[in-house]
Write a protein that binds this ligand. Structure first.
Ligand SMILES: *Cc1c(COP(=O)(O)O)cnc(C)c1O
Length: 481
């Protein structure tokens, strides 16, 4: 087949879509073509000729429009969005409040650099975060652009405030793709492979998460905390500037800590004068049914990090925390050309408005109830689901052999692919790649949630049946030997 002519055909078709209707997107799943369709396939071929192959892709479809719980691709397929661009478009990919604030800001100016001349929306975002982030103490906020930048700056702030160097992170942690945050991230492939050496002074401690609810591991809060303290004591606890933890570990597999683990970390941090940094980049901004996930545990970080859903898809991140820590770096020590960009700040003000009436938080709780109803029974009725877990609209199923708890990345990939073929976008995560995670936008409607969950459930049931057949066949083969 002649590739260039395909590309031209794809682009022409795509432009027709781009300029076609502006009416609202129907909130129903619809398959117009196989997925990916011909236009996406042609555009993907062109992408491969132009874009670094260092970028992967979960589902190779090109999006034309998005709204509510639907992504519409350039072939006219309407896909149920259980990803939200990795927990970003929580208030919807086209949110009226975000649009209004952004449009007004676009008409005024796009950038000044906050380090050069000031604008008030930066202060307003800071004030909102200071008021809403857990912690009953005076706070200050610094804004940046990406999550990794927020993590890096939290470490800079903790070092400046304590005069110490070391950073404690945890098993299964994910903190980003910059050099320091790669060092802090646990998973090697794909994040760290071939990219070292990494900055030093990063230590990794055990967590109390993996399958604790099923008694599948030794990681209760008490045993894990004993391990954390032992590691600190071996390495001089007073050499640690910061302890960085995700209140629910995201990329690591949506690992919910055992009750008491976060509170125990809070105690250890206080005991040894270590800055406790809550990485709420994925869990924050309503994702778990509370504004910040650390609220579920009644634990406040000394510094709390937000990004992803903070500005409804525009790049914005924040470090919020104790005033005396936040004011420790010298003037001019923090910043960045785009840090707290005014268009992104305007978008965040729209996001804050969207959360005001409580509907989105309530919907996160409803999403959890529906998903629990549909997916929890699979833990007992199949031999391949080890756990259903999560909070609010941050939910996951873990694939593992029921008896051995051996991770089954192959089954997670197979089920995800089946969902994608049927127009349901799910993401795989987990240190072992064996977890399917659900991160629907908080504006998704109940019918779409049920439809998408039904597709996922059926794919799991089919994979389980195929697996059972395979097991029976190999048992029979063994018996025949
Ligand atoms: C996504 C994520 C980051 C990194 O954010 P980027 O904006 O991709 O740099 C850091 N921590 C957690 C918990 C995340 O989920």
């Amino acid at each position: 087949m002649d590739a260039p002519s395909n590309v031209r055909r794809g682009r022409a078709h795509y432009l027709v879509y781009m300029t076609s209707s502006t009416d609202s997107l129907p909130q129903t799943r619809h398959l117009a073509t196989a997925i990916p369709g011909p236009v996406s396939t042609a555009l993907h071929r062109e992408r491969e000729a132009q874009v670094s192959s260092g970028f992967g892709v979960t589902m190779p479809v090109f999006i034309n429009r998005a709204s509510g719980g639907i992504l519409e691709d350039v072939d006219g397929n309407r896909i149920i969005d259980f990803a939200s661009g990795i927990a970003v478009t929580s208030v919807g990919a086209v949110n009226a409040q975000v649009q209004a604030h952004v449009a007004a800001q676009m008409a005024r100016f796009t950038h000044t650099c906050f380090m050069v001349t000031e604008y008030d929306s930066f202060t307003q975002v800071a004030a909102w975060l200071n008021a809403h982030v857990p912690g009953d103490f005076p706070k200050r906020t610094a804004l940046f652009s990406t999550g990794a930048e927020a993590v890096e700056n939290a470490v800079k702030i903790a070092r400046a405030a304590t005069g110490r160097e070391r950073v404690l992170v945890f098993d299964d942690a994910y903190h980003g793709r910059s050099l320091l945050t790669m060092a802090m991230t646990a998973k090697v492939n794909p994040y760290k492979k071939n990219f070292g050496p990494f900055p030093g002074e990063v230590f990794r401690a055990p967590t109390a998460t993996r399958l604790w609810a099923r008694g599948g591991g030794d990681a209760t809060a008490a045993t894990a905390l004993a391990g954390v303290e032992a590691l600190l004591l071996e390495n001089d606890p007073r050499s640690f500037a910061a302890m960085v933890i995700e209140p629910i570990q995201g990329e690591g597999g949506f690992l919910v800590p055992a009750p008491g683990f976060l509170a125990g970390l809070r105690e250890l941090a206080t005991k040894y004068g270590i800055v406790l940094v809550m990485d709420e980049i994925q869990t924050g901004m309503g994702r778990t049914g509370r504004l910040l996930a650390s609220e579920h545990e009644g634990v406040a970080g000394d510094l709390t990090l937000t990004a992803k859903a903070l500005a409804g898809g525009l790049p914005l991140s924040a470090v919020t925390g104790r005033a005396e820590l936040m004011n420790a770096p010298h003037a001019g020590g923090l910043g960045g050309t785009y840090a707290g960009n005014p268009v992104a700040c305007a978008a965040a003000l729209g996001v804050f408005e969207a959360f005001e009436d409580g509907t989105l938080l309530a919907n996160a709780v409803t999403i959890e109830a529906t998903a629990r109803e549909v997916l929890q029974p699979l833990v007992d009725s199949t031999a391949i689901i080890a756990e259903f877990r999560g909070r609010g609209a941050m939910l996951a199923v873990e694939f593992a052999d029921k008896d051995t708890l051996e991770p089954r990345a192959d089954l997670a990939a197979q089920v995800a692919a089946a969902c994608h073929r049927q127009g349901v976008l799910v993401l795989v995560c987990g240190t072992h790649g064996n977890v399917i995670r659900l991160l629907p936008p908080l504006v998704i409607g109940p019918d779409l949630i049920r439809d998408g969950l039904g597709v996922l459930r059926n794919a799991i049931v089919a994979a389980n049946a195929a697996q059972t057949d395979t097991d029976t066949a190999s048992a029979a083969a063994l018996a025949a030997v």
